[in-house]
Design a binder for this molecule. Structure first.
Ligand code: AVI
Length: 342
């Protein structure tokens, strides 16, 4: 099996093997999850470019802040993607066919999935996979009321790790990976992840995936540094979480949010910049920060349609359809596993 890199800002460093970790991530006890978090933080802060993987943004507060980000006037991806899904839901439902199970990777508040469930003929099951258990369970409870005929099978797991699906019967499986979360992986990790998704979903599956398109940098930078400071709070919340769960002594007021477009890599980078020289302690570990030094917390890649297609092809998927919003800022693709289907 291919090695599979977690979505660290620099990728590869936390490479793990799917073969080694084929246990169900949702069975991981809380203390084991905390030990992993601590190890990732210690490792990340020991690098010459300090870094913390973006998956740790999403504790309860971070998930709520992310929901607020999605409603910001500057943060266009959610609005553009919703517009595409609304306009194309019928076409997507027809492509998927009747009786399919919908598997959402990183489901969050499970809002966009309603558009697909409404458009699908007799969906059999909805399987949200998310690292933020309480947030996901609240969302699933709301969905269960609205879709009583659909089995709700939430899986509390880190979807960047090896995940095994619960038994879902014989129907077709359709993956759903909206929001351009694929852009939070390095290109190599994105390819490995899409290949992994193909293996998780199995033969005959398809994947509906959203990805953000390259555009004017001023639009991009405003979307990741909003005027209300919500994205800054989202980024800084990571330090509060590290303090609380890992026992660090970060002074959040001594760091500031920084977001910029790296044109060479076609990605927005988010960092936390130290506003002064300082030292941070985690147990017996000490981390020195120079003034202006940063912790790299997230990459958000912006694709051309061709670049995305090439990436998907390397991962064993072929394009069936692709749609964009009227401004051409965001795209949704319907992919199908190579060598299968019509
Ligand atoms: C989840 N992900 C696709 C978001 C993005 O746009 O990269 C996370 C985010 N970070 C800051 N704002 C939104």
């Amino acid at each position: 099996m291919e090695p599979f890199s977690l979505a660290t800002p620099h990728g590869g460093a936390l490479a793990t093997s799917l073969a080694q970790s084929l246990h169900m991530a949702e069975q991981r006890p809380a203390d084991e999850a905390t030990a992993l978090f601590r190890a990732d933080v210690l490792f990340g802060l020991s690098q010459s470019q300090k870094a913390v993987p973006p998956k740790y943004f999403y504790d309860e507060a971070g998930s709520l802040l992310f929901d607020l980000i999605c409603r910001l006037p500057e943060y266009y991806p959610t609005r553009c993607e919703l517009a595409i899904l609304k306009a194309r839901a019928g076409e997507i439902g027809a492509l998927v066919g009747p009786g399919a199970s919908l598997v959402e990777f990183g489901s969050g508040s499970s809002i966009k999935v309603r558009l697909l469930l409404d458009a699908m003929a007799e969906p059999a099951a909805y399987v949200p996979i998310d690292i933020s258990g309480p947030h996901m369970r609240a969302a699933v409870a709301r969905l269960a009321e609205a879709y009583p005929a659909v089995s709700m099978v939430p899986v509390e797991a880190d979807f960047t790790q090896a995940v095994r699906l619960p038994p879902l019967g014989d129907g077709r499986r359709v993956g759903f990976f909206p929001g351009s979360t694929i852009g939070n992986f390095t290109p190599d990790a994105a390819t490995a992840f899409l290949a992994h998704v193909g293996e998780v979903l199995g033969a005959g599956s398809s994947l509906v995936i959203g990805f953000d398109l390259a555009k004017d940098w001023s639009v991009l930078e405003a979307a990741y540094d909003d005027r209300q400071g919500i994205t800054a709070a989202f980024n800084l919340n990571l330090l509060a979480r590290i303090n609380r769960e890992v026992g660090a002594d970060f002074d959040s007021s001594a760091f500031r949010h920084k977001a910029f477009f790296n044109a060479g890599e076609s990605r927005i980078e988010m960092h936390l910049e130290s506003v002064r020289e300082q030292e941070v302690r985690i147990g017996r570990h000490h981390f020195a920060f120079a003034r202006g030094e940063t912790i790299h917390t997230e990459n958000s890649y912006k694709f051309s349609a061709d670049a995305f297609l090439a990436l998907a092809r390397h991962a064993g998927w072929r394009m069936r359809r692709m749609w964009t919003d009227p401004k051409g800022w965001f795209a949704v693709a319907a992919l199908e596993r190579d060598g299968e289907g019509s």
